[in-house]
Design a protein around this ligand. Structure first.
Ligand SMILES: Cc1cc2nc3c(=O)[nH]c(=O)nc-3n(C[C@H](O)[C@H](O)[C@H](O)COP(=O)(O)OP(=O)(O)OC[C@H]3O[C@@H](n4cnc5c(N)ncnc54)[C@H](O)[C@@H]3O)c2cc1C
Length: 408
């Protein structure tokens, strides 16, 4: 593309920020304009439920780059101003009533929280966690002794439960299904985490639906289906996210569980790409499309697609499907997708502090989790990537050197 071309990036967070960086890194000399709905410069979200809550710190601790980076790299920013619509024919985006022209457009609009549609959900004291501002507001309320109800036993709910507990709060986790992190890990891993949280003083309620939030002018309790009322000073709801794909859909781009792109990040319009949590991309490992909600995908897909937008030699982005979560002092890592398996093999005992779990489908290892065993992840990742057909006995025996087996 020409060095005088203009690129607009809608969504100024991790994927958008990394894409802009990759464009300049690839030598693109034209205009780059990052447009963001939030008022902050691009930042990373993982600390919002962890370090930022427990250790404190300001917005500068999570930013991708210092403010002068944008100036020195001639990356313009327009913050606090969402893109309202896209005109494919005119190649413009509408922002704050005016039109901004682009030669190429990248959509990194990510996702927003799913809201709980129950009475009382608007009461002061009911929080959601997605943005830096959400995290600051929650942190301010997590004073020692505060009673916290966490609705949703997924990663975000459990991380914020652990952080609240570390800040000396009394924490109850309310999960509608009968297991924790049910979309991502096997029941035994969920059970292990339930026991771990309980041992740290978190009250874990499984199979508990929320009927309403109650209180006079502010939140005072969460009423469960069946009548029980859990008194609380604040509630934090973490029940999933919804991709911000409306502007793409309204413009006529293909949208199905996010913006549909090819392996290079291209939409059906030759001037528009998408990346990050909002993009639904083919995954070579799985042989199907997937919309990922992960730090690493935002990082690597944002970087790859940003590079592709300014290069003549586009490279396919291949995600290795790696995600982590930190809860108390426990590090959980996941590789592959544990959604279609017929057998589980433990390496080490789930009664111990650290162990691994392999997910097998028709004898092949398709996914794995490590609990406090991050140092073995590189080897385990090779086993998963190769779809290795190792025997359950070999996988289960910690004395068997998997690295050597993979080399054989
Ligand atoms: C609290 C928390 C903890 C997490 N912890 C982990 C973890 O431990 N491990 C892990 O793998 N992942 C974790 N994640 C997930 C990871 O942070 C996300 O996958 C990642 O932030 C996705 O980045 P993104 O840039 O694609 O989208 P987002 O981060 O959602 O950013 C999209 C941006 O676009 C903006 N936007 C939306 N619409 C418009 C518009 N029309 N115009 C302009 N701007 C718009 C949004 O306001 C937002 O700023 C965590 C997420 C959260 C919220």
């Amino acid at each position: 593309m020409s060095g005088s071309d203009s690129i607009v990036i809608a969504g100024a967070a991790q994927a958008g920020g990394r894409a802009a960086q990759a464009m300049r890194g690839a030598g693109f000399e034209g205009r780059i304009l990052l447009i963001g709905e939030e008022t902050w410069l691009p930042y990373e979200r993982p600390p919002l439920s962890k370090a930022l809550i427990v250790e404190g710190g300001g917005h500068e601790t999570v930013h991708l780059h210092d403010p002068d980076y944008y100036e020195s790299h001639r990356i313009e920013t327009l913050l606090g101003a969402p893109v309202e619509s896209i005109d494919l024919a005119a190649r413009t985006v509408r922002v704050d009533g005016g039109d901004i022209a682009y030669d190429r457009l990248l959509l990194t609009t990510g996702a927003r929280v799913r809201r709980l549609p129950v009475p009382g959900a608007d009461l002061p004291g009911v929080h959601y966690l997605r943005t830096l501002d959400d995290s600051f507001a929650i942190r301010d309320s997590l004073v020692p002794g505060a009673r916290v109800a966490v609705v949703g036993g997924g990663f975000i709910g459990l991380e914020i439960a652990a952080s609240a507990r570390k800040r000396g709060c009394a924490v109850t986790v309310i999960e509608a299904t009968d297991r924790l992190m049910g979309r991502a890990v096997a029941p035994e891993i969920g059970n292990w985490f339930a026991e771990m949280h309980r041992a740290k003083g978190v009250d874990i309620r499984l199979g508990a639906g929320v009927e309403r939030f109650g209180g006079e002018g502010k939140l005072e309790h969460v009423a469960l289906v069946g009548g029980e009322e859990i008194p609380c000073d604040l509630a934090i709801v973490g029940i999933g996210i919804i991709p911000n794909s409306e502007i793409a859909l309204e413009a006529g781009l293909e949208v199905e569980n996010g913006i549909v792109v090819d392996a290079f990040g291209r939409t059906g319009d030759p001037h528009i790409w998408a990346a990050g949590d909002v993009a639904n991309q083919p995954n070579a490992l799985l042989g199907r499309n997937l919309r990922l909600e992960s730090y690493e995908n935002a990082q690597t897909q944002g970087t790859a697609v940003g590079g592709n937008m300014v290069s003549d030699e586009a490279k396919a982005h291949e995600d290795r499907l790696w995600v982590w979560s930190d809860q108390f002092d426990v590090n959980l890592q996941m590789i592959g997708l544990a959604d279609d398996y017929d057998r589980i093999v433990h390496r080490g005992e789930p009664t111990e502090e650290s162990f691994a779990v392999f997910y097998l489908a028709s004898g092949k290892v398709v996914a794995a989790n490590t609990i406090n065993l991050g140092r073995e992840m590189r080897t385990i990742e090779r086993v998963v990537a190769a779809r290795a057909e190792l025997s359950p006995e070999q996988l289960a025996d910690p004395s068997v050197n998997l690295r050597k087996l993979m080399r054989a």
